[in-house]
Write a protein that binds this ligand. Structure first.
Ligand SMILES: Cc1cc2nc3c(=O)[nH]c(=O)nc-3n(C[C@H](O)[C@H](O)[C@H](O)COP(=O)(O)O)c2cc1C
Length: 411
């Protein structure tokens, strides 16, 4: 019987010691020059001591002019290799650390980056336009440059001693924008058909693989669907998963949603029936499993060892991803691997104001504050109020924006 304690071998040959994975959570613990800080490394030391098999880092950007948020770490050359080495070595042997590589495309707060690009110049939903600018369509040269940057960042991750990389292909960022018929309305080789829309992610994968070789784990996080009118459908997502599996991907993590429809944290339920089954994207994983044998991880909603082990035993997935639980209980894997529930419980973070609560950003900022506390060597604060966390995020975000401007001005 497969359970979270079972090891697993990936197609590249790497063996993970168990089936528990910390999914990416953007830590925003980079310094003014986009390098990892001692706090970031301490956070991974803490998580590394939990016995978990795989830690995926929060998204790391591949271009300092294309941040997702202030405080991102950026890897575009080897200037921060020493700190990257320290980060890669933060967990004991047995626990792997993979870097999640990301380009935000259009999904970056207004004014943060000098230019916002996307496959096409499609504006955000009117409700979001105050926060997110309408992007410009990427040129062919920009597309090629971004593919090269993904590959270069992966090469540096390997050199720094990280155990693998994960492409962020989910949640409405650039790779996900290329996959979406809503965001990608190109009529050249990068859009117009499912095959053309998935060309970008396949090129990114191939460029990374060419840099890191066949034995280095390369994974991807993908949306089961965008949950947005005209967005990526389940059927097209399955076609992309099959193509990526065929190309040699080692691990495909299933999530869903975008900032415009934030189902990934359950702020807006993907389907009412999922509540009964703990995880949000299990039904999709079952359908995918019928079509491919690529190792699958599912993230979103998993809380109890019983729910995790039942899902693994069903054969629908191979690895259980957990995110928010790790932000309030960094030792959660120790309990789970012994068949016990974590004493902490993930609860909805609510202000009572619908527009704020449904935006998804409240959850993200509340949990990011907990990550900061762990990194600073302090205890988590699971009962922190929603308004208090918003106020702290605002102060921190404004300071972060000022340092991004200073760092860019300094080159
Ligand atoms: C603070 C925070 C930051 C996140 N940052 C990322 C990220 O950088 N990349 C990513 O793929 N997902 C990110 N996510 C989504 C999580 O990986 C995960 O998909 C989601 O929280 C659902 O899993 P859970 O129910 O176990 O929390 C983030 C979530 C939170 C709470």
């Amino acid at each position: 019987m497969t359970n979270i304690n079972s090891s697993i071998q990936l197609p590249c040959g790497t063996v993970l010691q168990n089936r528990l994975m910390k999914s990416a959570m953007s830590e925003t613990l980079g310094n003014d020059h986009f390098a990892p800080t001692p706090e970031l490394i301490r956070l991974y030391e803490r998580w590394g001591s939990s016995g978990i098999g795989l830690l995926i880092t929060g998204n790391v950007m591949i271009d300092r002019h294309a941040l997702g948020e202030p405080g991102n770490v950026v890897i575009e050359d080897e200037r921060d290799l020493d700190m990257l080495k320290a980060w890669a070595a933060a967990a004991p042997s047995g626990t792997q650390i993979w870097v999640q590589l990301n380009h935000p495309g259009k999904q970056a707060p207004k004014g943060l980056n000098p230019r916002n690009i996307s496959p096409s110049a499609v504006p955000f939903h009117p409700k979001m336009q105050a926060l997110f600018a309408t992007p410009e369509a990427a040129t062919e040269a920009e597309i090629q440059d971004i593919i090269r940057r993904f590959a270069q960042a992966a090469r540096i991750c390997k050199k720094a001693g990280f155990h693998g990389v994960q492409i962020h292909g989910a949640h409405g960022y650039l790779v996900s924008q290329f996959l979406s018929p809503h965001h990608n309305q190109r009529t050249d080789a990068w859009g117009g058909s499912p095959e053309n829309r998935r060309r970008f992610v396949l090129e990114v994968y191939r460029a990374i693989r060419a840099e890191v070789g066949p034995a280095f784990p390369v994974g991807i996080k993908l949306n089961s669907a965008d949950f947005q009118r005209g967005g990526l459908s389940e059927e097209e997502s399955m076609g992309t998963i099959a193509a990526l599996a065929e190309a040699g991907m080692d691990l495909i993590e299933v999530s869903g949603g975008t900032y415009e429809a934030p189902v990934m944290t359950g702020a807006v339920p993907a389907k009412a029936s999922t509540a009964a089954r703990e995880a949000y994207f299990l039904e999709f994983a079952e359908k995918v499993r019928g079509k491919t044998s690529v190792p699958l991880a599912v993230t979103g909603g998993f809380r109890s060892p019983a729910g995790m082990n039942a899902a693994l035993d069903s054969g629908a997935l191979d690895i259980v991803g957990i995110a928010r639980l790790m932000a309030i209980d960094p030792d959660a894997p120790r309990h789970l691997l012994q068949g016990k529930a974590s004493p902490a419980s993930v609860r909805p973070i609510r202000t009572g104001v619908g527009a704020i609560d449904n935006a998804g950003i409240l959850e993200i900022s509340w949990y990011a504050l907990q990550l900061r506390r762990i990194g600073e060597g302090r205890a988590t604060r699971p009962h922190e109020g929603a308004w208090m966390s918003l106020a702290k995020t605002l102060v921190h975000g404004l300071a972060g924006r000022r340092s991004v401007k200073r760092a860019r001005a300094a080159g």
